[in-house]
Design a protein around this ligand. Structure first.
Ligand code: AVJ
Ligand code: FE
Length: 467
């Protein structure tokens, strides 16, 4: 009697667990579908001639990214975890990994004239997608054995990984598309003229000494990348942080004061870079997306049109330029821990910006999540709560930190994707925090970490100073 009661209880528990499991999977399926709809729209913005061109000379052409999303999904979920045979091994390989070569000569090694055409890539994508839908059908409807199998946790991790990989590459794709001449792009119907706004005064907010929490505890989120493992408390001294990100107006002072011509403001390697990083290998004299019109006025190459430099928008620059600016004004970049302290204060329980409990709840705060097609005047977007009155901590541009990207204590490369983080623990990549207009809210969970190479000029990354 007792025995059967225990059994019944166990069975009931197992059923409940399976039910909860199915809900997580159903939620993930919805996320995938929404992400895919957005992805399809983004690729529609580029015309046929741009499709086979590299918007960024050191990167693959657009066609690579079109296939990469799906090759990554197929390789990770179906080949690695489910040990399924490939239906197109050549494409799985061709589209497997992006490139990050150091020079144009190295990039030539990867150059090829025989990229498959758009319809062929689209057919491959459709077939991978059918695999994914069939897998979700098995998981959600008719394959109890797979749901109960020991492989489920790894499978679920692989699915999340492919999903977040797609979200990240939506942003990559955006800053690549950004580089194409406007004639090759078609703005979405929702595109509206960018907004202007007042330039705020440069002010600072005190952030008291205390603990910053980096990384996640196991179980905090359904999925974290290897570099978020594991939670680490870092003691931070008191400091003051700039209320808003540095604006175009502030950075223009640096440009007109001769910042790009003053070696003492740059590290030795940054100065060497400035000497050749301009147009056609000339000295660099301004941020990547700026240019001077014939009458000398400063213009911004925005995603879909050129604009007179919007002075109230955040400036996007490399780490080298951000550091030079800091020397110019006698301030410095925050460390990763300082940035976290400033964003979350003593709110140990905040999982997402402003205490939101889910990425959906973040949707209403911060200029994030593809809600617009340009940056906005600093501090003008609806803001998630911040304990110190800081604006645009999340959204309107990633923020450089002074911290080289490095593992947290407890780091292990993920067996699903070993090189993901560890290839970049090289002292030349720096942590960036927050998010840009083209960052999905999913990627704003507290423990998420992003990074870029110190003189990579294309991303939607600015900075704010501390003192
Ligand atoms: C984490 C955004 C720096 O874009 O290079 C995508 C993400 N890695 N595919 C990048 C990534 C491999 C990565 N970042
Ligand atoms: Fe990738």
């Amino acid at each position: 009697m007792r025995q059967t009661q225990t059994q019944a209880y166990k069975q009931e528990q197992e059923q409940e667990q399976a039910q909860a499991q199915r809900q997580v999977l159903a939620d993930l399926r919805r996320r995938f579908q929404a992400a895919r709809q957005r992805t399809d729209r983004l690729f529609d913005w580029v015309d046929a001639s741009a499709y086979t061109q590299a918007g960024i000379p050191l990167r693959h052409p657009v066609v690579f990214y079109h296939g990469h999303f799906d090759a990554f999904l197929f390789n990770t979920v179906f080949k690695r975890v489910l040990k399924q045979a490939s239906f197109h091994p050549a494409f799985d390989d061709l589209f497997e990994r992006g490139i990050d070569p150091a020079s144009l000569a190295d990039a030539d090694v990867h150059a090829r004239s025989d990229w498959p055409d758009r319809a062929t890539v689209a057919a491959y994508k459709t077939e991978v997608w059918q695999h994914l839908e069939a897998l979700f059908d098995r998981l959600l409807v008719d394959d109890g054995a797979l749901v109960a199998s020991a492989r489920l946790p790894l499978l679920q991790q692989a699915l999340w990984m492919a999903y977040e990989h797609e979200l990240m590459h939506q942003e990559t794709l955006l800053y690549i598309i950004h580089q194409f001449p406007h004639a090759h792009k078609r703005p979405p119907e929702s595109y509206t003229l960018p907004v202007a706004g007042p330039v705020p005064d440069v002010t600072f907010q005190p952030v008291p000494a205390g603990l910053a929490m980096l990384g996640a505890e196991p179980g905090d989120f359904p999925f974290v990348w290897d570099n978020e493992q594991w939670a680490t408390a870092v003691a931070v001294e008191a400091f003051s942080m700039q209320t808003h990100p540095v604006t175009h107006a502030e950075f223009l002072d640096f440009v007109t004061a001769g910042g790009y011509q003053t070696p003492s403001l740059w590290s030795e390697s940054a100065w060497a870079w400035v000497q050749t990083a301009g147009v056609e290998g000339q000295p660099k004299t301004h941020p990547h997306q700026w240019f001077q019109a014939a009458d000398g006025t400063w213009q911004l190459r925005s995603l879909f049109e050129d604009l007179p430099l919007p002075l109230s928008w955040p400036v996007y620059v490399t780490h080298a330029e951000a550091e030079a600016y800091c020397r110019f004004v006698g301030r410095r970049l925050p460390t990763e821990a300082e940035w976290h302290r400033a964003a979350y204060g003593d709110h140990a329980d905040w999982r997402y910006p402003g205490g939101a409990v889910s990425p959906e709840a973040v949707g209403g705060g911060g200029h994030l999540n593809f809600t617009g097609w340009t940056p906005v005047p600093v501090g003008s977007a609806e803001q998630p709560a911040n304990p110190y009155g800081l604006k645009d901590m999340h959204g309107n541009g990633w923020a450089w930190t002074a911290t080289p990207f490095a593992p947290l204590p407890g780091f292990e490369p993920s067996p699903l994707y070993e090189p993901y983080s560890q290839d970049f623990f090289d002292g030349a990549h720096y942590v960036v925090c927050g998010g840009s207009p083209f960052t999905d809210a999913q990627l704003t969970r507290r423990s998420f970490r992003n990074w870029f190479y110190w003189h990579y000029p294309y991303t939607y990354t600015g900075f704010r100073t501390v003192q």
